[in-house]
Design a binder for this molecule. Sequence first.
Ligand SMILES: [Zn+2]
Length: 85
Amino acid sequence: MGRRRKSRKRVLLKPRKTIPKIFTCPQCGQKAVKVTLRELNELKEKIVLVKCGVCGLEATFKYNSVFQPVDYYHRLVDKYVAGEI
Ligand SMILES: [Zn+2]
């Protein structure tokens, strides 16, 4: 009868929403592109900064709640391919 207790102790690994996502840079090829959310208090606006920690390639986008970090990354790649950054 004492056996049931054991199974309750199992720890579930919670997926963390705020974990930074790292992507491969289209310019230098390093896995160093981070997507971070920034809040501009004065403007009450949220922006998303996508930046490579190796070569410094970066772009900012307006925060959109339906977007995943990978979506911003793809927009960075699009800009890069288009020669905008
Ligand atoms: Zn880079």
